[in-house]
Design a protein around this ligand. Structure first.
Ligand SMILES: [Zn+2]
Length: 423
């Protein structure tokens, strides 16, 4: 199976005609459009009907309004599916990204000298023109995208950053390939938790390696933000509350990007890897997985981390697959016994055979094994696991020099006598 690959290029605007003020007005209208979608949704309008109503009243060109409606509906879908941050809002003062189709709401053209010129329709009959500025790589990629048939220039957004407008342009390579799952030999199970992600790489021959990447600061920050938001809610400070919500989103988003980069780097050291994730939809549909799953589902944007990893993996040609998450945290990988009391917080101990391990690493091994099964491969014996390595991901900057960010913990085998798994 082939998937096309999309990259977002971030460009500065060197404006010759029109002014930044027009772009700001376009973004305000974009915000109004998006808020109108949310309002109509609250009032119970059908989503198809919403688009019609909003397009009629918008002072953006039709397909720009449609892109904005699409974006608002995506946010609503995420809210109804995942409920990460509560009902979406855009009431605050921030300018809303203006999303446009290439050749319609905006257009890029190559000049004779190779410069990339832009035309943005800020609102109906209001144009801003000039030249894009970006790194050499990005300009070269844009030049290719504008001239080569296998590349396509897609939607773009006018975004405000540090008081300036930028154009974020999506370019897609239509035939970029992700290696087929069937040719994969190393199965990298990914167990996402509120404070870490555990990875285990397994082939038909055995366990290659495993790692636990901690990001407890994401959990801490989210809890702090949550407390601040609650305090503001009771004080009726909605404007600040929205600002905090945006800051929290940005923080989590940035950190999840860093983590996903590390995850893909780690997997890349193995031969023909494939990522194995728990299917979050299956998790949602089941009401019987107990509080752990439900808590996990609401405690971190799991889907977001999965998406980031899948996307970055695809750029490295690494495929991904999903497995049924049932019992991945409770099943013993040595004797197969499944019991809720096998797991106590970060500790796994099989009540039947006594096998012990770091609970999240064990879950990652179970996920990898399910990946092997799903593609009809042999699952090797899993009674001889490597030492558990725990790595702190995101506080590297404050690490004193010479400090080893990796701590090793003995993996406990069936005959292991004692010792606690620390992190
Ligand atoms: Zn067991």
């Amino acid at each position: 199976m082939q998937k096309s690959l999309t990259r977002t290029l971030i460009c500065q605007l060197d404006i010759d005609e029109g002014s930044p003020r027009l772009l700001t007005q376009g973004q305000r209208e974009a915000r109004r459009v998006v808020n109108e979608v949310f309002r109509l949704d609250r009032e119970g309008y059908d989503w198809d009907h919403i688009e019609e109503l909003v397009v009629d009243r918008s002072s953006h060109v039709k397909n720009t309004t449609q892109r904005l409606v699409e974006k608002a509906i995506d946010a609503l879908e995420r809210y109804y599916d995942e409920d990460d941050y509560g009902y979406p809002r855009q009431n605050h003062e921030d300018e809303f990204p203006l999303r446009m189709n290439h050749g319609e709401g905006y257009a890029l053209t190559l000049s004779d000298s190779g410069a990339v010129n832009f035309r943005i329709t800020a609102k109906k009959r209001t144009f801003v023109r000039g030249t894009l500025q970006a790194s050499r790589d990005q300009i070269e990629l844009l030049q290719t995208a504008l001239t080569d048939d296998v590349w396509r220039v897609g939607t773009a957004e006018v975004v405000s950053r540090h008081g300036r407008h930028e154009l974020h342009v999506n370019v897609t390579h239509e035939t970029g390939t992700v290696r087929s799952k069937d040719t994969s030999t190393t199965f990298v199970g990914v167990d996402v938790n509120e404070d870490n992600v555990a990875l285990a790489a397994i082939t038909e021959a055995g366990v290659e390696d495993s790692i636990v990447i901690e990001y407890s600061e994401i959990k801490q920050e989210r809890h702090e933000f949550f407390t601040i938001r609650k305090r503001m809610q009771s004080a009726g400070q909605t404007a600040f509350e929205n600002t905090m919500q945006d800051r929290e989103k940005r923080f989590v988003h940035d950190r999840l990007h860093q983590v996903s980069r590390r995850v893909v780097e780690w997997a890349n050291q193995f031969e023909d890897p494939v990522f194995v994730f728990e299917d979050l939809k299956d998790m949602r549909d089941s009401i019987d997985y107990g509080t752990r799953m439900n808590r996990r589902l609401h405690s971190l944007p799991f889907a977001q981390l999965q998406n980031f990893v899948t996307y970055k993996a695809a750029w490295n040609s690494i495929p991904s697959l999903k497995i049924d998450p049932e019992y991945t945290s409770q099943e013993c990988i040595v004797c197969g016994h499944t019991n809720r009391s096998n797991r106590k917080k970060k500790r796994f101990k099989c009540v039947r055979c006594g096998f012990q391990d770091h609970a999240d690493r064990k879950a990652a091994v179970s996920i990898s094994a399910k990946g092997l099964q799903k593609l009809d491969r042999n699952v090797p014996a899993l009674n001889n696991l490597p030492v558990v390595r725990v790595r702190r991901q995101c506080n590297g900057a404050s690490e004193p020099p010479g400090h080893d960010p990796v701590s090793t913990v003995r993996g406990h085998q069936t005959d292991g006598d004692s010792g606690s798994v620390s992190s």
